[in-house]
Design a protein around this ligand. Sequence first.
Ligand code: UDP
Length: 234
Amino acid sequence: MATHDLLYEGKAKKVWGTAEPHEVAMEFKDDATAQNGLKRGQILDKGRVNARVTALLFDYLGTEGLPTHFIRQLDERTLLVRRLGMIPLEVIVRNVVAGSLHARTGILEGTELSAPLVEIYYKNDALGDPLFNDEHVAMMDAASPEELSRMKDMARSVNRHLQSFFLARRLILVDFKLEFGKIGSELILGDEITPDTCRLWDADTKKKLDKDRFRQDLGGVEDAYHEVLRRVEL
Ligand code: UDP
């Protein structure tokens, strides 16, 4: 990979150029951050787990007809993906109350929602990724109304597929974050789907098996990531 340019380095990934201009290599790091970068650390083996989990989940979503950027896995922690023009929004889908929804509403963590809730956040670290409504999206020209509506539809579809995928492995999909990009006018699911970007609870014990173990200093972080990979591989 070192022979190609580093195009971008984020908190959990590096993106490298490849010989093919329409493709990039996404390398997953062990670095972990929380509280908008205030808490920093490493989760041993996270890069390998997250690359594999993303590869398997994007492969599954692709076979279910959802357009994703995933092409193939290159090595233990690197995926080859289509180069997208990223939309600066985070699309969050929630099935159960946790995290910032609990903080914003006071509704008890663990409360099941009667229907999935889709939220849009503006992807901007300096602003702390603020919650946006449709009018903010239009005002900032972050996406057209049609694109926004299509992203929400795709996010609900991803949710339906992932909920059943995870439940078959005795995992509850509490909430998750998606990012989308474009090739021409086509909207494509990009980024990652991992225990960094999903909340996953054991369906029987309700044990947290995701980044909340790091965020909340619950211990057993590495074991939780390995357990998610083990079940996703089933
Ligand atoms: N999430 C993410 N990146 C972010 C913010 C949230 O991947 O920058 C994921 C998070 O892991 C969780 C879901 O989106 O699965 C909802 O997160 P929430 O809004 O509750 O924020 P948090 O409590 O994580 O700050």
